[in-house]
Write a protein that binds this ligand. Sequence first.
Ligand code: PLP
Length: 505
Amino acid sequence: MDSQAFREAGHTGIEDIATYFDTLSSRPVVSTVEPGYLRKLLPSSAPEEGESWSAIHADIEDKILPGITHWTHPGFHAFFPCANSYPSILGELYSAALSGAAFNWICSPAVTELETIVLDWLAQILGLPQCFLSTGPTRGGGVIHGSASEAVLTAMVAARDKYLRETTPPESELSGEAREDFIARKRSKMVALATTATHSSAKKAALILGIRFRAIPVRAEDNYSLTEEILSQALAQCKAEGLEPFFLAATLGTTDTCAVDDFAGIVSALNAFTPAGQPGEVWVHVDGAYAGSALVCPETQQEVNISLLSNFHSFDMNMHKWLLVNFDASCFFVRDRSWLVQALSVNQAVYGNHASDGGLVTDYREWQIPLGRRFRALKVWFVLRSYGVKGLQAHIRRSTKLGDEFADMIRSRPDLFEIVTPPRFALTVFRLAQKGEAQTLEERNKLTKELYDRANATGYMWFTSTSLDGRVAIRMCAGVRTTEREHIERAFKGLVEIAESIMKA
Ligand code: PLP
């Protein structure tokens, strides 16, 4: 393909994409293909001779789109959303053209410098304490990772390194084999803490690192958030067992119910255990993968008391979930960037250069697990500039309002539905109402599952379910950019029809 052919194909491609979004609501939300559908449609090996673009182009509509589940469909209420927007798509296009593995500043200074700048902008918009800015008093800063899972793994690596550094006697007192043994023994006692509501990525991080992991049970009466009392008990229990907690994954917006852990309670419980700033303090990573986007609104910053984050060590949120940037843009902030660099900096002669050696530049390879990295800051920059802070706030407030309106609709039919946890951040968690006093939990769960399956089979709405202390519940998230009032009304009407027929049966 030469530049003229690219121009022509590109114009058509942009036209296709715009039409895709304009007509999206007419497609079923979830792909209906059978497993293995594509193997039947494609040749068993790559073509020997190059094909024309028109042949390739035709296959997008005929072969690929049938196998796509449309995450930007207005009836997509499952999981959490996976965002996109036109400015973001344009950012991705330019990023592909300027492709490189910009792991060191010199590999493309604009890639590194734009990332530092837009993450400082984002930290300000989210109301994060100054310590998370690259220009802040503690030399913190942000970096774009591929996913929240990668962010929690990176945080855990840095936390392990910091804990071992702070709790191992200096070389002058302990060296050689004895030092190795001391560290090995300590490692075997270190434990990463999370809760039973924490996303599974924290457990996976511990699994990858070969570290003990303990999920502290959270309770329905606390709306599944971590409280001071529960954390204090868990810390005491660890101590009694000779374990050394070094990491806590706290959450702003859990996956099941959008619960927010009690940040003030966490600060208080940890200070009573190992005071902040003391060697061996517990590293707190706040996972705001989805709901972190809501921090663009000052009312949310106040509600969750965001200034308390200055007591914690790292924070992560996915712009690609609810903040209009397409996958991937997981924005990870740390209070002191040297914690990452000390844990992850491994030198190899081939990567040396004057700029890095002079210590004047950021080399993001030292802030992350992979070496190479994409130019992700471009799409973030395009979105922040196109929408502006006011546009981002309007988007979040609009989704939140739709979520609240849906929750009100559910509440308006207590004969059919029951809200399970307080609706928050555009997420409503509900189940079928109790049908007669004699109905068992098992029977009620079975009927809630039936409601869920039949709703998902309609093709115009898609939910995910969860289980909370054995109670099956349906999650409805109204965070997709294209969802309007008419779509949630349609979803509610569909749910009512199905629920009525189940209740009558
Ligand atoms: N944390 C929370 C609260 C989530 O809900 C999710 C996914 O939905 C994740 C982490 C994992 O996100 P990622 O796919 O970016 O690893």
